[in-house]
Design a protein around this ligand. Sequence first.
Ligand SMILES: Cc1cc2nc3c(=O)[nH]c(=O)nc-3n(C[C@H](O)[C@H](O)[C@H](O)COP(=O)(O)O)c2cc1C
Length: 194
Amino acid sequence: MNVFIVYAHPSDGSFTWNVKESFIKGLEAAGHSYVVSDLYKMGFRTDMSEAEYQREANYREHLPIEDDVAAEQEKINSGDAIVFIYPVFWTEAPAKLVGWFDRVWTCGFAHGSRSMKQLEKGLVICIAGHSLERLKEYGHYESMRTVMLGDRLFDRVKEKEFIVLDSTSQFNMEERMANWDRHLRTAFEAGRTL
Ligand SMILES: Cc1cc2nc3c(=O)[nH]c(=O)nc-3n(C[C@H](O)[C@H](O)[C@H](O)COP(=O)(O)O)c2cc1C
């Protein structure tokens, strides 16, 4: 499969960065090819211009889109699967990734007349400081899953999966380190079995 990875973490060497590397090793082990958009490294602009807002808010599909947005859409349509890897920031993806959706999920591509191809698989791997138990207790898990799978991916992919690698906060280094290898194995397997 051709896999498009959208990766959003500001720091190399972070746990999320290690997850991305393990996931890629899994893809390689299975013989998949991949392309990565590293949104912070690319300096991807994630705030909409007024022209972009007017185009989207008024469903003006005939108006042009920016080159950086077209490049991302091309990567999506050249792939069979899309994978998002990011840390949870305030019960959401980092603003960098949220803004990527604002700009890349354009009218005429992701909705409206929709030139986006339906992908075989959509996978979300997010890394959380809190435990899965706590995220579920407060409804955070369900809201994050609904936003990513139920809205952003929706029927744009045939098969969807949401993986949370939890209890990785630097507030509790002992717990973070205890989960480190297990989570990296999960990421590797997710890539290998995609
Ligand atoms: C600004 C900010 C907000 C965060 N918000 C949450 C949150 O709402 N829920 C959560 O479980 N973890 C949260 N975290 C913890 C991150 O998910 C943390 O980065 C994660 O443990 C992954 O570690 P890494 O940054 O080394 O990749 C937050 C971290 C930062 C920096």
